[in-house]
Design a protein around this ligand. Structure first.
Ligand code: ZN
Ligand code: ZN
Length: 136
């Protein structure tokens, strides 16, 4: 069991088991959402997620892949704790920096890397895609 919380702590979520995918993403949503050069999200099936507590507001926008993405952010501090990609409606991505635990597996993919600063570094072994991850 792992717990992720927003910056002020009023919004939280618990997950069970391991993420299906951990992804670094340099899309415009992830960059604007985090204010950083990329975001890192751990994708869990909705069945693995429980005890979403606190108040959040949903914000939906178009993604760089032409679909939509909906983020849920804390109504007090503004941290986006989790989001849903239209392409993966039965998963939630949780911002990995929000986890209390530091044992989230390292990312398997980095996507939309063409948008990030040229000095950005990626962990060894990560599969890098300049744009969206090809659908398998
Ligand atoms: Zn908060
Ligand atoms: Zn993104």
């Amino acid at each position: 069991m792992r717990t992720a919380t927003c910056a002020c702590g009023q919004l939280s979520v618990e997950v069970e088991g391991e993420p299906e995918l951990v992804a670094m993403c340099g899309c415009s949503y992830c960059r604007k959402r985090t204010g950083s050069i990329y975001g890192v999200g751990a994708y869990f099936n909705v069945d693995q997620i429980s005890n979403i507590g606190g108040d959040s507001t949903a914000f939906k926008r178009g993604s760089d892949s032409g679909r939509t993405i909906e983020g849920n952010f804390c109504t007090t501090c503004g941290t986006t704790l989790y989001w849903t990609a239209e392409i993966w409606p039965d998963r939630r991505a949780i911002a990995i920096g929000c986890f209390e635990e530091q044992d989230i597996p390292k990312p398997g993919v980095a996507v939309f890397t063409e948008n990030v600063h040229e000095w950005a570094a990626f962990p060894e072994g990560v599969t890098i895609y300049p744009g969206a991850r090809p659908r398998s």
